[in-house]
Design a protein around this ligand. Structure first.
Ligand code: AMP
Length: 450
């Protein structure tokens, strides 16, 4: 199949020519007619498969020229980096049209964005939070949205955007086409789809366990964090082979810890991205890695998913992902556009089960390499690796969960009263001038005496 078979228009053909693209990728081929038909769609596709154009080609083809100010197409993506990247892709495709495209995301001045919105837009790309704020400010009117694209739905839900998405659905016109893309099908994604969408057509290209063929994978068994650092350093010292390296870690804290260790050796070649870093810092890091200024980028799963960076020579999994799908995402960052890519994964003893899960998902074994003798095997352990010392059968030891913590709410009025001693009975007696208990035989006698 060629792009000619999709019956596009001249501006799109010219744009594709300029990009040097001749044949649609499988997801582009399959999604085109579904998106054109106006039906709801769920596409299962990894980044790197050409999914942005899979929805943008049919949308741009059918987007009529208009002078109205309110956007007609809304693309929601989970991260600010993706806003920038998707806007860039749409702009490339819109080179010969007059489409007005705008990207908005949080962490930057909202007033500048309000001004840009007021100038009129056709296609709006946004992160959910900032979109909602702009809509609430009423500068942004969503009543003309005809097509809603949610890209990377799985990441979106991972980041806890479910409520924000539902709020946005509430303020969008009900008559609209919904197009969703997810790299993996998760329980959360499934629930969202069945709760909010009308029997969407599913388009899927590869089982999420099928790695791209041009990625060669190897693995090392490494006993602990410090030995991993030593092995990584050893590999990275070969600057010629390891010329553009994406190092993955699961958690922000680990990203910072690893950055600290590598920074002393690879200072000028190193950058890091995770969600605690500022917007500008992340954008700068990605740009420096993309343009080759920095050779090594350390990233967490969520931050790097969806990033489109070319010519990554190696993906190094500093830890073994607990979810095999995350491994698929990580290695998909290399071997793009049919270039050769290499992936290496480090696993400790406790990570062996995860390696088995990954291998069974892919239905293949990852060749195991020996740690080169020159690499020092450390015995030093980080806090998380040290064995937990548990005191057993100590009856006087207070369990942690029983330890008194600070009060987390005010006491109720009744409970906050102090017990001053004395009996409730006396108080009632004083108030009613007689005991409330029945059958106090001495009551009258007592009162007569008074
Ligand atoms: P995506 O999966 O949308 O992030 O796209 C991955 C990369 O593939 C992007 O750099 C696109 O510009 C590129 N791409 C998209 N469609 C095609 C195509 N038909 N042929 C070659 N490259 C493409």
């Amino acid at each position: 199949m060629s792009f000619q078979d999709l019956n596009l228009n001249t501006p799109l053909y010219n744009a594709l020519d300029d990009l040097g693209f001749t044949t649609p990728t499988p997801i582009q081929e399959q999604a085109f007619n579904v998106v054109s038909s106006g039906k709801d769609m769920v596409g299962i596709a990894q980044t790197g498969t050409g999914k942005t154009f899979a929805y943008m080609l049919p949308i741009i083809k059918n987007l009529k020229y208009s002078t109205q100010e309110n956007p007609r197409v809304l693309v929601l993506v989970p991260t600010r980096e993706l806003v920038v990247q998707v806007v860039d892709e749409i702009e490339k495709l819109s080179k010969y049209t007059n489409n007005r495209i705008l990207g908005v995301y949080g962490g930057t001045n909202i007033n500048t964005q309000k001004q840009a919105v007021a100038e009129g837009i056709d296609i709006l790309v946004a992160t959910p939070g900032r979109l909602y704020d702009l809509a609430l400010s009423r500068v942004l009117q969503l009543k003309s949205i005809q097509k809603l694209v949610i890209d990377e739905v799985d990441v979106m839900l991972d980041l806890g955007f479910r409520h924000q998405l539902i709020n946005i659905f509430d303020i969008l016109p009900t008559r609209r086409q919904n197009i969703m893309f997810s790299a993996t099908m998760t329980q959360d994604v499934d629930t969202l789809i069945s709760d909010f969408f009308k029997s969407p057509e599913r388009v899927s290209i590869a089982v999420s366990g099928t790695p791209l063929e041009n990625i060669s994978q190897t693995r090392y068994n490494v006993p602990n964090f410090y030995t991993k650092v030593n092995l990584l350093t050893h590999l990275l010292n070969d600057t010629e082979t390891f010329n553009k390296v994406l190092v993955f870690v699961a958690f922000k804290r680990m990203a910072d810890r690893l950055f600290e260790k590598l920074d002393t050796i690879f200072h000028d070649e190193l950058c890091v991205i995770h969600s605690n870093k500022t917007q500008n810092y992340r954008l700068r890091s990605i740009e420096q890695f993309r343009n080759g200024e920095n050779r090594i980028l350390i990233a967490t799963d969520v931050m790097a998913r969806g990033l489109d960076i070319d010519n990554v020579s190696h993906v190094i999994n500093f830890d073994t992902p607990l979810y095999p799908e995350n491994y698929m995402h990580r290695i998909g960052r290399t071997g793009r556009a049919e270039r050769e890519g290499k992936s290496i994964v480090f696993s400790t003893k406790t990570e062996q089960e995860s390696i088995e899960d990954i291998e069974s998902l892919m239905n293949m074994e990852i060749p195991l390499l020996e740690i080169p003798p020159i690499v020092e095997v450390s015995t030093e352990l980080i806090e998380e690796e040290r064995p937990q010392i548990k005191e057993r059968n100590n009856p006087t030891k207070r369990k942690d969960e029983d330890a008194p913590g600070p009060a987390f709410h005010e006491k109720s009025e009744k409970n906050s009263k102090e017990n001053l001693g004395g009996s409730y009975k006396f108080k009632i007696a004083a108030k009613y001038k007689k005991p409330k208990t029945r059958g106090d035989k001495n009551y009258n006698k007592r009162n007569k005496r008074k």
